[in-house]
Write a protein that binds this ligand. Structure first.
Ligand SMILES: Nc1ncnc2c1ncn2[C@@H]1O[C@H](COP(=O)(O)OP(=O)(O)OP(=O)(O)O)[C@@H](O)[C@H]1O
Length: 452
């Protein structure tokens, strides 16, 4: 029996997709009747799986095989290396194990001017549940470039801090070793520079420039989609850096395997190291970011009530939060008035009106129905089956969170239900978000769709 594939089916079902992609998908198994050896690509993944999932895996195996359940062990490695005595160079790369010291190689070239943003450092990056893992992995890489996890792939929606984290790693590497050559480039910039090099017959310089760095940070790799020549060039750059253990950090708006228009060989390489997600921040993190930005950027001590007011109303991403903050502070400077909640409301009036206009109960119902592939009329109907009742509760909770309608008004809009039903639904969803990953993820996805 293939226990591991049964186990992964179950985990895929039980875990939020991002967790499954980050921790379970990279594992390979070597099985016999008595044991399953799980091969993790690096120590970080190994530790995480050990601490967070090993118990569940063992329990699940016992539940399906009882006393015959195989034992489970974890180690670093890859099946290619385990199974074939004659390793190819690709297999060697895949089974590469980190060495303790980062090799900063010596390059006989004039130092490259750094294009890192000095403000994007770890000190100015506010930690929250949504970015905890990405931040922890980035710090490890800053401390051990080229040897901790290579490449690091950070993915998440727009304006959530991917670029900030990449620069923070780069800045940390340069701080520790001022001779390190760290280059940040947006993937569109990489393409543009390559096209220019081809036009001017300087492609060799281009190749040398990118292949001689100690750390290459490439932002938004989804922009490589469909650009075959650039992908080809980047493939060789990637291999050159990887083989010489120089750090590569990539960002994208989605999981590597889901970036369409990218060659398979690139997608698979992107997953060789560690893939981490950044998710939209929760309210407390949004408030902490606002307070920290107000202080750092403007030297303003933002009152808590104002920070909560902005954090509650602006949910889509951190760039938008910053935009709202700038607007309030500019207005306060211009008018000389104190920053109170009333003042903030006034300053953001247009922005919030535009936002409020978009999120109506009707809009929520339509979006939720589409998401769960049911009909809007079913949300309003008396049907009580789980497949309808749960989406209905989620829609009610969203209506409570995103609109200013009262509970009776929301009940009315959901087929004339009582306000206590709405209250029950919102409480139930709060509870389920804590205990059921699926609900948590569905709710977050819907919130994002409705507010961005
Ligand atoms: N955790 C955080 N703490 C403080 N500031 C943050 C945090 N996350 C993001 N920011 C700020 O939000 C703004 C947008 O972040 P960033 O440019 O890194 O987003 P991104 O994910 O790269 O977006 P895009 O996909 O559009 O490139 C930046 O000014 C950044 O400093």
């Amino acid at each position: 029996m293939n226990f591991w594939s049964k186990c992964t089916d179950r985990l895929e079902n039980d875990l939020p997709q991002q967790q499954f992609n980050t921790w379970i998908r990279p594992l390979q198994s070597v099985e016999d009747a008595q044991s399953i050896r799980l091969l993790a690509p690096n120590q970080f993944v190994l530790n995480w799986v050990q601490n967070h999932y090993l118990n569940d895996i063992t329990e699940y195996l016992q539940s399906i095989a009882g006393a015959n359940a195989p034992s489970v062990s974890l180690e670093i490695g890859s099946r290619a290396a385990v199974q074939s005595p004659q390793e190819s160079s690709i297999e060697r790369i895949q089974s590469f194990k980190p060495t303790p010291a980062a090799p900063i190689r010596h390059v006989d070239e004039a130092p490259m001017p750094s294009n890192l943003n000095p403000n994007f450092v770890f000190d100015t990056f506010v930690e929250g549940k949504s970015n905890q893992l990405a931040r922890a992995a980035s710090i490890q890489i800053g401390e051990n470039p080229g040897t901790a996890y290579n490449p690091l792939f950070i993915y998440g929606g727009v304006g959530l801090g991917k670029t900030h984290l990449m620069h923070a790693v780069g800045n940390m590497i340069v701080k520790t070793n001022p001779k390190a050559r760290v280059v940040y480039v947006h993937s569109e910039g990489f393409v543009a520079q390559m096209v220019k090099a081809l036009q001017h017959n300087t492609i060799d310089d281009f190749k040398r420039r990118f292949r001689s760095v100690n750390a290459l940070l490439i932002d938004d790799v989804q922009f490589f989609a469909g650009k075959e020549r650039s992908q080809e060039e980047f493939f060789h750059t990637f291999n050159a850096l990887f083989e010489s253990q120089q750090q590569i950090i990539l960002s994208s708006d989605r999981f590597p395997k889901e970036v369409s228009g990218l060659e398979e060989r690139l997608k698979s390489r992107f997953g060789w190291g560690l893939t981490v997600a950044i998710e939209p921040p929760d309210l407390e993190t949004r408030v902490a970011i606002l307070k920290s930005k107000a202080d750092q950027l403007f030297g303003v001590d933002l009152p808590n009530e104002v920070a909560f007011f902005i954090g509650k109303r602006v949910r889509s991403n951190i760039r938008e939060l910053e935009g709202a903050l700038r607007r309030i502070i500019a207005n306060a400077e211009f008018t000389g008035r104190a920053i109170t909640q009333e003042f903030a409301k006034d300053a953001l009036r247009d922005m919030l009106a535009a936002q409020d206009k978009q999120v109506t109960i009707e809009n929520i119902q339509k979006t939720v129905a589409e998401y769960f592939k049911i009909r809007t009329s079913e949300l309003l109907s008396a049907k009580r089956s789980r497949t309808i009742a749960r989406p209905r509760q989620i829609a009610m909770a969203l209506a409570k969170e995103l609109t200013n309608h009262s509970l009776p008004e929301i009940g009315e809009a959901f087929g004339g239900r009582d306000h206590t039903t709405v209250l029950y639904a919102t409480r139930k969803i709060v509870e389920l978000k804590e205990s059921d990953h699926r609900v948590e993820e569905d709710y977050a996805n819907l919130l994002r769709t409705l507010t961005s």
